[in-house]
Ligand binder design. Structure first.
Ligand code: PEP
Ligand code: MN
Length: 338
């Protein structure tokens, strides 16, 4: 059970609630949650106590049977709304397009990719400068040099910049350049990093770990939310299945479940799910019809030469064709693409 208390409550009012809980020998935690405070009670409370608490002046809401999810849950009455990214308002019927290479490689190639994706309605340019590679011998990203190139090209074309942070110590540096901070699949449960991301005033894109449940995913988002940063965007990118024929399985029903559970915007990354450019479009289109709020797609002007994830990057022409298809579907499902 969760008891949500308004910001203006006094110490004595909080003590009164504590007294009731202690009298019944209940285990509880009291904590600040964003701008409010909450008591999280892990056992059942008798009905008369619940009623007593509910009637107290500063108690905004009492949610019973809420096992774990709190700040990310739409049970708390938080409404899906717009998200401010820089000077742009991302409204609920905007289907956001994030595109770009897997990694920032050099200015010339990034410029080439950017001028093409910009024409197709892309708002945010992706590209890692700190890359989480499975092998330590693979290209690890350009670090700050990459961030500088990324920022420069974003400014040249008027696009927002998203970049991944691998380590808490790099967060200040990446925040200096990027408009949106990406926390990748491998770091979904890096709690110190999540907490630090909760203290910055920038949107954070949190990707689902390939071996985590929806509940674990949402609880990870609550590490950011509970530090006061409400600008969280979730990114579904599939989970590991048993069949090597696919890479990370994307389940449209899970996406629907996620959207039913949380008020946070949810986008899909079909590139890291498919792992193969031939299947990216199929996943991207099904994400749109399944209610996703946007896509993050890897695009490269010469995928074969890409320094990372060469197999899954779309060529510019392929991306163009996909965006055309998305626009047609968008008309039917009432989403504005880009
Ligand atoms: C990425 O987006 O570049 C990436 C590494 O993705 P993920 O964390 O989903 O593997
Ligand atoms: Mn990649």
């Amino acid at each position: 059970m969760v008891i949500l208390i308004s910001q203006s409550s006094k110490k004595s009012e909080i003590k009164d609630i504590e007294k009731i809980l202690k009298k019944s020998n209940l285990n509880f935690v009291f904590q600040k949650a964003g701008k409010k405070s909450v008591f999280i009670v892990s056992q059942d409370i008798c009905k008369s106590d619940i009623e007593k608490i509910r009637k107290m002046n500063k108690v905004e809401k009492v949610v019973e049977n809420e096992k774990k999810l709190f700040l990310s849950s739409n049970q708390f009455g938080k409404k899906r709304g717009y998200l401010q990214i820089g000077d742009w308002k991302w409204q609920t019927n905007d289907f956001l397009l994030i595109a770009g290479p897997c990694a920032i490689e050099d200015e010339e190639s990034l410029d080439n990719i950017t001028k093409n994706v910009k024409k197709l309605g892309v708002k945010i340019l992706r590209g890692g400068s700190f890359k989480p590679r499975t092998s330590p011998y693979s290209f690890q990203g350009l670090g700050e040099i990459g961030l500088k190139i990324h920022r420069k090209v974003c400014d040249r074309y008027g696009l927002f910049m998203i970049s991944e942070v691998l380590d808490r110590s790099d967060l200040p540096l990446v925040s200096e350049y990027a408009d949106i901070i990406q926390i990748g699949s491998r770091n979904m449960q890096n709690f110190p990093l999540l907490k630090a991301a909760g203290k910055i005033n920038k949107p954070v894109l949190l990707k689902r770990n390939f071996g985590s449940t929806i509940e674990e995913f949402l609880l990870a988002s609550e590490y950011i939310l509970s530090e006061g940063n409400e600008k969280v965007v979730l990114c579904e990118r599939g989970v590991r299945g048993f069949d090597p024929a696919g890479k990370n399985v994307f389940d449209p029903a899970s996406l629907q479940k996620l959207k039913e559970t949380t008020w946070l915007p949810v986008i899909v990354d079909p590139s890291h799910s498919a792992g193969d450019s031939r299947y990216v479009g199929t996943i991207a289109k099904s994400a749109l019809v399944s209610g996703a709020d946007g896509l993050m797609i890897e695009v490269h002007h010469e995928p074969r030469k890409a320094l990372s994830d060469a197999n899954q990057a779309l060529k510019i022409k392929e991306f163009e064709k996909l965006v055309k298809d998305l626009n047609k579907i968008g008309e039917v499902v009432g989403k504005r693409i880009g």
